[in-house]
Ligand binder design. Sequence first.
Ligand code: OFO
Length: 173
Amino acid sequence: MSNTSGTVSARMQAALNEQIREELESAYLYLALSAHMDRQNLKGFAHWLRLQWEEEIVHALKLYDFLLQRDAAVELKALGKPAFAAQSALEVFAQALHHEQYITRRINELYALAVEENDYASQILLQWFVTEQLEEEESAREIVESLRLVGDSGASLFLLDRELSQRQREEEP
Ligand code: OFO
């Protein structure tokens, strides 16, 4: 279907609403992982994950605002309970990386749909998400690799926890 009128097609609208749910579920997952790290007294990891929770809310709001700006309906969906079996810090961040890889595939599918629908405004919005996913995967991968190096060393884990406690809230572009 071609879309040159500036309105959002029904398919695109449905897909963007689905992605709002995905972003809110990402936030929910990070919040659960943050609580899990906090309870292991790894407050730096918990802090990093909690800031990630905030970032995911910003991602959801970008899609939400975009739909409203284009006079399209926002449909908030039920959120699933965050599912994770991760125990150690390494397992937690491996799950975060795996999740980000999944989100990257979703964003790529959305972009492909926007191209198919000739929806230029959505393509521009989604370019921001494509770039963001590169960063999200990179930062999760870096932490996974550091945790692999740290292995069973409690002292190194302590230092890495201190490092992650320095993460700052990102300025909105
Ligand atoms: Fe983690 O980037 Fe959104 O979902």
